[in-house]
Design a protein around this ligand. Structure first.
Ligand SMILES: [Zn+2]
Length: 286
């Protein structure tokens, strides 16, 4: 077995260790509300293994998942600050002297609340009323463009056993998704660089490029290696010129989510334990 493959298998076995650590920590955190829980299963059952829903991240009217509990959705709670922009006011004063009805542009900041855990998120968006955008009764319809979320909803499901250094960069990228697409693509690329370091790919060659590291990784895992290369290409595009769109970012995120779940197999660990308990009990789990 080549040295790099040994490193990969060593790191994959470390995943089990990481997950066990997390489970131990979470059991302590939730110990007070699950005092009679002697099994890991209630915790493991709460893990999500979902796939990304692209549509909600492109549709400005979608209800987004809560960044705290990830189970509820963010709802309006009447905590809104809304002002017409100076440019819009000046434009309207000009046009009202003429014949043409104006468009109006507002800047809105709002605290929205989770439907489940009731935690808060700050959101800022541009609100416009365009005379050409009306319903069947001629009423102007609002057009919304979200420009900021904090804390930002999680666009992909990151395995719990993924190293914190990678998770942190992806969490920061979720904020940038709304603010600056190219910066977001670059942050996702940084997450892949950090992933290579965490997996111990070419650790002795500090000058190795990300491309070289992915090529080395690809020898042991061609499928995920190809996905990581595609993410790197997208991140590079955003670094050299303002080119990335939200759709491009969702491509990078979907590749990232799948790759991480291939590397950090929380669900497989969960199913392994579940099947072991069923077989030990020779029936339903306790
Ligand atoms: Zn919540």
């Amino acid at each position: 077995m080549p040295a790099s493959s040994k490193t990969f298998s060593h790191n994959l076995s470390l995943n089990v260790y990481y997950l066990a650590q997390i489970i131990h920590k979470e059991r302590i955190i939730f110990g007070s509300i699950q005092e009679d829980d002697q099994s890991l299963n209630p915790y493991l059952c709460s893990l999500k293994f979902g796939t990304m829903n692209r549509n909600i991240w492109l549709d400005q009217d979608s209800e987004l998942p809560c960044p705290s509990c990830k189970e509820g959705v963010l709802k309006e709670a009447g905590q809104e600050l809304k002002h017409q922009t100076l440019a819009s006011l000046e434009e309207n004063n000009y046009y009202r002297k003429g014949q043409e009805a104006p468009d109006e542009h507002f800047l809105v900041s709002e605290h929205v609340q989770c439907s489940r855990c009731k935690d808060w998120t700050t959101v800022t968006y541009k609100l416009s009323y365009d005379v050409r955008h009306v319903d069947e009764h001629g009423n102007e319809l609002p057009e919304i463009e979200h420009v900021f979320y904090y804390p930002a909803p999680h666009i992909i499901d990151i395995p719990r056993s993924c190293p914190a250094s990678v998770t942190d960069l992806l969490n920061k990228s979720f904020v940038l998704y709304w603010v600056d697409a190219d910066s977001c693509g670059n942050k996702i690329r940084m997450a892949i660089e950090t992933l290579m370091a965490e997996l111990g790919v070419l650790p002795s060659n500090a000058k190795a490029t990300l491309h070289q590291r992915i090529e080395e990784f690809e020898k042991g895992n061609p499928k995920v290696g190809a996905f990581l290369k595609a993410i790197k290409v997208l991140g590079n595009s955003g670094s050299h010129a303002p080119t990335l769109t939200k759709k491009d970012l969702l491509d990078a995120y979907e590749l990232t989510e799948y790759s991480l779940h291939q590397l950090y197999k929380d669900q497989e660990l969960f199913l392994t334990q579940m099947s072991r308990e069923i077989l030990q009990q020779k029936g339903p789990r306790p």
